[in-house]
Each structure stands twice: as structure tokens, then as C-alpha cells.
Design a protein around this ligand. Structure first.
Ligand code: C2O
Ligand code: CU
Ligand code: CU
Length: 510
């Protein structure tokens, strides 16, 4: 079904209001509900799941150091709005509608991190095998940045997120607030999502790939999914009327599988000031910005010379794109007159200090293969180090130690690799031959290691690990011990075992 572009204005998510707020802590309640919402003027209302019955959910705004308690409540009906594959992870024995919320990029104790098996059903009537607590607590003791929250329930994350369980979460600090970056109505979160629809407005999501064998018990592995339309803040291909001045956009790729390569049709510069873990050292000027699933970019766009012009934010699909693919468009900006006088915002040349984690303090180097495999029915799977979710924990960093994790991608495509608990730094990438390996299984490098891209030289929690490359990151595992996860953030991969537990152990633990 064909939808007209740029006929709906860009929505801005509501700011989440706390039930209670004191100086150093706040308490929120969020209900996950089923509801319908208009996602495009010509599309009948879409049945969705959302936090506080909104899609995307409300945006949290917290101060650094403010403890935010959130009671995430499941008020969803008993039927999933998308077909659930119960042939994995013993899901047949579990309730279908279960949720658990994860605050992506946050440094949080394990019991508030949204462990995939810490799920719960309506009114907490039933809980998962490792259920933790009803009220989550986020210390927000980390750099000011853009986080996002989303569902993380075991084996159905792709479906719960696709149904609409996503939202933005902003941590602010004094230093940044004193910087005169564009703020107020000139600071706008842009949550990028891709979805497909049936003519009646309902969400379209495949139940099985075209080439799946009908003999399988439940042939519904969807190896990746790209929606046919692009939504920003919950509207399909919206437009935004803006003033000729600087804007700050906090861009979040909240899509299941899709990677974006964003650019403006007039080649207008994109000034990136922040990444997943907050401000970069200095602004980086780009003509094209790549965002893998779950990656965020804090960007400044200066429209001051563009009064009266119309710009389009585009998505480069590469040469292989099908002619009917409409997802090369993202949204439109219409630059109007100035409303509020002069633009006094400033972008300093030096944004923040970032100390490089030191290689000489490294306690462990983990070589981790991203590799193709099969499940018990012969269906293709992608695995981390050839292990499935239920295999024993192998990654056990000690508290307060620094480790290097090396992602050796022997599959044919890029996987965005995410670790919970930590913000890491990217060390380098080195290409190797995908067709021949040394006798001991080590790779044959085909070129030197290259440093991360300029806009990757800040704190990251999700990073592209391209095919045929060794991508190395360095992280310090602190300040909490306990059970966390790491995974590919392509949700269709994550649900089918491209996710592993890891456990931060005490200094003297075995
Ligand atoms: Cu954005 Cu483990 O998640
Ligand atoms: Cu996360
Ligand atoms: Cu993947």
C-alpha cells in the first residue's frame, strides 16, 4: 500500500511526569497498554502496544544523579497482536504476553536492568524464571546522554518492540545545560522506526520467510525484517516546520533490523556532537551519518542560511535497492521565518573530556566469534561464539577490571553488538579473509587495523561489527556485580539466540 509522503507534522513525544519528585529522587508509573493510533493521515488507526498507551512512549527527562524509580506495569490483553513463534527457548510453556523493560545504555543494578527472563504478565500475575522486582531503580549516575527504553522479553523482543514498546530517555547534567546548545523547542528527539501495514492499518510483520520449509514444526524464523515505510516519532514520513537557526536532534535508531545512512538531499552538513554515551570530545562534521539498530547520535543542524527552503532527510539504500523501495526518504524540513529573535545557541569546539581506557590495565581479552549455525530443526541461526542462550555462562569479567572484547565476524553481514551495564570504547577494526583461516582457526589478516571512525571515538554501547573484520572494544566492568546480557541488536537475531548472558563477578569469586 502506497502512502503519501510529508503530509503529517512530526509529533513530539510527551515528557513523562513523575508521580512524586523530591530533590534527589523521583517515582514514576508506566502502564503498557493496547490502543490504536493514527500513524498516517491516509491510514486507518493502527492497533499498537505502547508505554502509557503512546507510540513512541513518553520521553523521560532526568538529572544526573537523580534516582528514578519506575514501576513498569503490564496491562496488555492476553492475545499478542503479532504471531508468536513458540518453538524456541521453551516458549511453548510460557505465557505469550509477557514483558520486561530495559533501559538501553543505562548503568543499572542487574535487578533493574530488564533481564530477558525477568519478564512478567498482566498485574505481575505470572513472572519469569528469574523475576527480579516490580519497581525498577535507575541511579542515573552516568554521563548526560540519550538513552532509550524498550521491551526485552525472552524470545519475543522483536514482536514486543515492533508492536510499539519503545521510548526515549534523556539524562541531563549541569555542565551540558550551561553550554548554550540549542534547547527547548529547538532540541528534538527523532526516534526512527520502520513498519509495514495492511490496508486496514494493522501492523504487517511476516510469520515466516518465503523460503522456509513448510515441513518445519513452526517455520517462523524471520532472519531480518525491514519495514516498507519509515516513521519518525510515530508518524510515517512526517514533515517539520522549522526556523532558520540551529537545532539539536537526538536521533535514536529504534528499528528492529534497519541500519540508516542519513544525509540531506542538498548535502547539508550534519554536525555530530554526541554518541551513545554522551558528548564527543569535539564536534564532527559529516555528510552522511550511519546508525545501526540501537545506536544514537546527538546532532546539530544549522538551518540559518536556508530560509524559505525545503530539505529532505534521506536514507542511502546503496546501489542494490529495489526501485519500489520507498525507504530512501525519512522526513522533510520546511524552513520558515524566524519566530523568537536571534539564535544565541553556540556549539563549543571542545565539548567534553574523554579519558581513553588503557590497554596496559587489561585483565582479559575475549575472542568472540559471530557465526552462522542451525537450530534443532535445521533452521539457520546466528550465534555468539557458537553458543546458545541456555549454554553455561562463559563471560565472567571481574568487578572493576578492564577487558578487551574482540568480535570476529565470520558471517556475511554487519551485526550491531551491544553490552548491557557498560559504556565501552572502540579500539580498532581489522579486515581478515573470510574464505581461509590458519590451521589453529586464527584468521589471515588482509590489512592493518584501522582506528574507529571520528564519530565513534566517544562512549558507545552498541557498535557495528562488520563482516570479515575483527572489531575490538575495551570496557571497564563496574560498578555492579551480577547477571547481564550482551547481544546483537538486530532484534530478529537477538530473539533467535544471538544473545548471551554475562556475569560480573567479585574480585575473589571463582
Ligand atoms: Cu537495547 Cu539488550 O538492549
Ligand atoms: Cu541495553
Ligand atoms: Cu546480528
Amino acid at each position: 500500500m502506497k502512502l503519501r509522503k510529508f503530509i503529517d507534522p512530526l509529533p513530539i513525544m510527551e515528557t513523562k511526569k513523575p508521580e512524586k519528585r523530591a530533590r534527589r529522587n523521583s517515582y514514576y508509573e508506566v502502564e503498557m497498554k493496547e490502543f490504536t493510533q493514527k500513524l498516517h493521515r491516509d491510514l486507518p488507526p493502527t492497533r499498537l502496544w505502547g508505554y502509557d498507551a503512546q507510540f513512541p512512549g513518553p520521553t523521560f527527562e532526568v538529572k544526573q544523579g537523580e534516582t528514578a524509580q519506575v514501576k513498569w506495569m503490564n496491562q496488555l490483553p492476553e492475545r499478542h497482536i503479532l504471531p508468536v513463534d513458540t518453538s524456541i527457548h521453551n516458549l511453548a510453556s510460557q505465557p505469550i504476553v509477557r514483558t520486561v523493560t530495559h533501559l538501553h545504555g543505562s548503568v543499572t543494578k542487574p535487578e533493574s536492568d530488564g533481564y530477558p527472563e525477568a519478564w512478567f504478565t498482566k498485574d505481575f500475575r505470572q513472572t519469569g524464571p528469574v523475576f527480579t522486582r516490580k519497581v525498577y531503580e535507575y541511579p542515573n549516575n552516568q554521563r548526560a546522554t540519550t538513552l532509550w527504553y524498550h521491551d526485552h522479553a525472552m524470545g519475543i523482543t522483536r514482536l514486543n518492540v515492533y508492536a510499539g514498546l519503545v521510548g526515549a530517555y534523556i539524562i541531563r547534567d549541569k555542565k551540558e545545560s550551561n553550554m548554550d546548545l540549542p534547547s527547548g523547542e529547538y532540541e528534538i528527539p527523532l526516534l526512527l522506526l520502520d513498519r509495514s501495514f495492511h490496508a486496514d492499518g494493522s501492523l504487517k510483520y511476516p510469520t515466516q520467510p518465503e523460503d522456509a520449509s513448510p515441513e518445519l514444526p513452526n517455520p517462523s524464523i524471520v532472519p531480518a525484517y525491514l519495514g516498507e515505510t519509515i516513521l519518525v516519532n510515530g508518524k510515517v514520513w512526517p514533515y517539520k516546520e522549522i526556523e532558520p537557526r540551529k537545532y539539536r536532534f537526538r536521533v535514536i535508531n529504534a528499528s528492529n533490523t534497519r541500519t540508516y545512512q542519513l544525509y540531506f538531499d542538498n548535502n547539508h552538513p550534519i554536525l555530530q556532537i554526541g554518541s551513545d554515551g554522551g558528548l564527543l570530545r569535539k564536534p564532527i562534521e559529516l555528510r552522511s551519518l550511519t546508525l545501526e539498530p540501537a545506536e544514537r547520535a546527538d546532532i546539530i543542524i544549522d538551518f540559518s542560511q536556508l530560509k524559505g527552503k525545503t530539505l529532505h532527510l534521506k536514507n542511502d539504500l546503496g546501489d542494490g535497492a529495489a526501485p519500489e523501495d520507498e525507504t530512501h526518504d525519512v522526513m522533510q524540513f520546511r524552513v520558515n521565518k524566524r519566530k523568537n529573535g536571534k539564535d544565541t545557541s553556540k556549539i563549543p569546539n571542545s565539548l567534553s573530556t574523554i579519558k581513553s581506557l588503557k590497554g596496559n590495565q587489561v585483565k582479559a581479552i575475549r575472542k568472540l566469534k559471530l557465526i552462522g549455525s542451525e537450530d534443532e530443526f535445521g533452521r539457520p541461526l546466528l550465534l555468539l561464539d557458537n553458543k546458545k542462550w541456555h549454554d553455561p555462562i562463559t563471560e565472567k569479567p571481574r568487578l572493576n577490571t578492564t577487558e578487551i572484547w574482540e568480535f570476529m565476524n565470520v558471517t556475511n553481514f554487519t551485526h550491531p553488538i551491544h553490552l548491557h551495564l557498560v559504556q565501552y570504547q572502540v579500539l580498532d577494526r581489522q579486515p581478515f579473509d573470510l574464505t581461509k583461516f590458519n590451521e589453529d582457526g586464527s584468521m589471515v589478516y588482509t590489512g592493518p587495523a584501522t582506528p574507529p571512525l571520528p564519530n565513534e571515538r566517544g562512549w558507545k554501547d552498541t557498535i557495528a561489527a562488520p563482516s570479515g573484520q575483527l572489531t575490538r572494544v575495551i570496557a571497564k566492568f563496574s560498578p555492579y556485580t551480577g547477571d547481564y546480557v550482551w547481544h546483537c541488536h538486530i532484534l530478529e537475531h537477538e530473539d533467535y539466540d544471538m544473545m548471551r548472558p554475562f556475569k560480573v563477578i567479585k574480585a575473589d569469586e571463582e
